[in-house]
Design a protein around this ligand. Structure first.
Ligand SMILES: [Cu+2]
Length: 350
C-alpha cells in the first residue's frame, strides 16, 4: 500500500512538472519569444554545455576509479585450463570496446560544449559522404565479426563433450543450499526422481537402482588437479546458478532442465593458498541467480587436491545408503507393494 502511494505520488509529481513545462512553453509562444535564442535560452545553453563537460570529467574519473578500485576482485587468479581462454577473450573485447568507448564519450560531451548555439555561428551543412559511410560501417562490422568468431570458437571448445574419464559430480541447487552427489566406484549416478524427495532423501535418489548403492553426498566438493571434472547441474525448486570464479565457470541450475560444465583444475587449494598469501583461502561455489531470501548464504567449498590426496579422500567416503539403511527397507517395501499391486491387477484381469 505504502509502495503504491509512493509510486502514485511520483507519477503525479511528473504530471505536475510536465504541465508546468507545457504552460511555460505556451506562455513563451504567446510572448513570441521562441523564434530566436535570446537571454535565458543563451544562458541555459552555456550552463548545459559546461555541465556536460563536467559530467565527462567527473564521470570519466569515477569510471577509472571504480575500475582501478575493483581491479583485484575482478582479476581473481585463474585455476583452470579454459580460464586462460575466457580471460584473453574478455580482455581483448574489453580493450577494443574500451578504446572506442573512451574516444566516443570524449567527443560526445566535448562537442556538446564546443558547438553550443552561438548567434553569429551557422551549422556547417554536410549532407553525405559515401566513403565515410563505408569506412565507419565496415570497420566496426569486421571487428565485430572477428570478436564474435573468436568468442564462438572459444565457447565451442569450452562447452564440448567431456572426456569419458572425467570425474563426475552432481551439483543440485535448492532453497537455500547446494548439495552434491558423487557416483562412487562404478562412476554411474543412480537415477533420481523428484517424487522420491523427502527429509532424508533430499536428492530424490531411486535406491532400487543398483547404480545408486555407492553414491555418496559429501559436505565439500573434492576434485583432483589436472584431471577433467564434469559437473552435472540441476535444481530442485527455482533457478540457481553455479559460479566458481577462479575456474571462470558459470552455469545456471534450472529445474527440470539438467545442465553441465566440465573443466580441468590447474592449481590445488594449497598452491592457491601460497599464491594468494592467504592461508585461509578456499575455492568457493556461489549462487549467482537471486533465488530468494537465503540466496546470499548459498556458499559451498570446493577443494582441489593432488590426485593421490583425492584418491585417499574418495576412499574415505561412505555411501549414502550405508549411512541411511532405513531407506533400503523403505524402497524394498515399496517394491513389494508394487509387486502385490501388479499381482492383484493380474488376478482381477483373470
Ligand atoms: Cu541463489
Amino acid at each position: 500500500m505504502i509502495t503504491f502511494a509512493i509510486g502514485l505520488s511520483i507519477v503525479l509529481l511528473f504530471v505536475i512538472l510536465f504541465l508546468l513545462f507545457r504552460i511555460g512553453t505556451l506562455a513563451s509562444i504567446f510572448r513570441g519569444s521562441t523564434q530566436r535564442a535570446v537571454g535565458t535560452t543563451k544562458t541555459s545553453n552555456k550552463v548545459n554545455g559546461v555541465l556536460l563537460l563536467l559530467f565527462l570529467i567527473v564521470g570519466g574519473a569515477a569510471f577509472f576509479w571504480s575500475f582501478a578500485d575493483s581491479w583485484d576482485e575482478m582479476n581473481q587468479p585463474i585455476a583452470s585450463v579454459h580460464g586462460e581462454w575466457t580471460d584473453s577473450l574478455f580482455w581483448t573485447t574489453m580493450i577494443v570496446i574500451g578504446i572506442v568507448f573512451v574516444i566516443t564519450q570524449i567527443l560526445l560531451f566535448w562537442y556538446s560544449y564546443k558547438y553550443q548555439h552561438k548567434d553569429d555561428k551557422r551549422a556547417y551543412y554536410y549532407p553525405h559522404n559515401n566513403k565515410l559511410e563505408i569506412v565507419w560501417t565496415m570497420i566496426p562490422a569486421v571487428v565485430m565479426a572477428l570478436l564474435v568468431f573468436a568468442g564462438w570458437k572459444t565457447w565451442t571448445n569450452i562447452t564440448s563433450a567431456a572426456p569419458a574419464d572425467a570425474v563426475v559430480v552432481e551439483v543440485m541447487g535448492k532453497q537455500f543450499n547446494w548439495m552434491v552427489r558423487y557416483p562412487g566406484a562404478d562412476n554411474k549416478l543412480g537415477t533420481a526422481n523428484f517424487r522420491l524427495i523427502d527429509a532424508t532423501n533430499e536428492f530424490g535418489v531411486d535406491f532400487s537402482d543398483p547404480n545408486s548403492m555407492d553414491d555418496f553426498m559429501p559436505r565439500e566438493i573434492h576434485v583432483p588437479k589436472g584431471k577433467p571434472v564434469l559437473l552435472k547441474i540441476r535444481s530442485r525448486d527455482v533457478i540457481h546458478s553455479v559460479f566458481l570464479p577462479h575456474f571462470r565457470l558459470k552455469m545456471d541450475a534450472v529445474p527440470g532442465m539438467p545442465t553441465k560444465f566440465w573443466f580441468v583444475p590447474t592449481k590445488t587449494t594449497d598452491e592457491m593458498r601460497t599464491e594468494t598469501g592467504n592461508p585461509e583461502f578456499n575455492y568457493e561455489l556461489a549462487c549467482t541467480e537471486i533465488c530468494g531470501r537465503g540466496h546470499f548464504a548459498m556458499r559451498f567449498i570446493l577443494v582441489v587436491d593432488e590426485p593421490e590426496d583425492y584418491e585417499a579422500w574418495l576412499a574415505s567416503q561412505q555411501p549414502f545408503i550405508e549411512q541411511n539403511p532405513q531407506l533400503l527397507t523403505k524402497f524394498a517395501d515399496d517394491a513389494k507393494e508394487q509387486l502385490v499391486l501388479e499381482k492383484s491387477t493380474e488376478n482381477a484381469k483373470k
